[in-house]
Design a binder for this molecule. Structure first.
Ligand SMILES: [Zn+2]
Length: 246
């Protein structure tokens, strides 16, 4: 038996599919954890335990898992953003504390290891602080995305013409297959890199197959075997770090 090989268990017994990451290692007991902020579920199990046993264990804990996820979900919902010091903001899946700093120069944003510093002029409004941060997110995506697109274009043997970023209320991305243009949701800047990558692979896969049929799914399985896990992570709590009302 190989050590530390990660597997995924997919449960779909209640109304929402659940992907559980399973890590088997040299331990005696099985552990299940639900992680904030988005309720990711992970099981550590002994090497010798077979996947069916782990699945049964997870099924028995399903109610508890859902309850924990609900707690995290409510915590996130209860915090509308005002773009003030000490607020939590996310970048690439990591939580940072916002620090608003006053200076008399044009606004700028600096990422430190645990904080996002936003430098603004005195009396800058909440809307303006929001705008400055969103502009920064947009710039970050503009730096990250081209490399990912060209990496996956090579892997998948496709060629897009351009990508654009915008705020979208219901989608993480879309692909205009005629223009070969990919649209990405600005909110993706807050998500883990693997999730951004998953959306890019998904949209590029539309250049091979425009609809979500079995051919499309086969491409996804081929190019990104863990795509369901990333999808679930994104869709379990859509737009959870935003103040958008819908
Ligand atoms: Zn699609």
């Amino acid at each position: 038996m190989k050590k530390n090989e990660n597997k995924i268990i997919n449960l779909s017994t209640d109304n929402y599919p659940l992907s559980i990451e399973v890590e088997q290692k040299d331990i005696k007991n099985i552990h299940l954890s639900v992680y904030p902020p988005n309720g990711r579920v992970r099981i550590s199990a002994p090497n010798r335990m077979d996947l069916d046993t782990i699945r049964v264990f997870a099924l028995n804990k399903l109610k508890w898992i859902r309850k924990q996820q609900e707690v995290f979900r409510n915590q996130e919902r209860e915090t509308p953003r005002e773009y003030l010091t000490k607020e939590s903001h996310y970048f690439l899946g990591k939580r940072y504390l916002l620090e608003v700093k006053i200076h008399n120069k044009p606004p700028k944003v600096i990422l430190k290891h645990n904080t996002i510093e936003v430098y603004v002029r005195p009396n800058t409004s909440e809307d303006k602080r929001k705008e400055i941060l969103e502009e920064w997110y947009r710039n970050q995506l503009n730096k990250i995305v081209p490399k990912l697109i060209s990496k996956w274009e090579k892997v998948m043997g496709v060629q897009s013409n351009e990508f654009r970023i915008k705020k979208m209320k219901t989608k993480w991305g879309s692909c205009n297959t005629t223009a070969k243009r990919i649209w990405l949701n600005l909110e993706l800047a807050k998500k883990p890199l693997e999730c951004i990558e998953y959306i890019i692979v998904h949209e590029l896969a539309h250049l091979l197959e425009p609809t979500h049929n079995e051919v499309f799914v086969a491409y996804m399985n081929k190019f990104m075997p863990k795509w369901r896990f990333h999808r679930d992570e994104l869709n379990r709590l859509p737009f959870r770090h935003t103040e958008w009302k819908y």
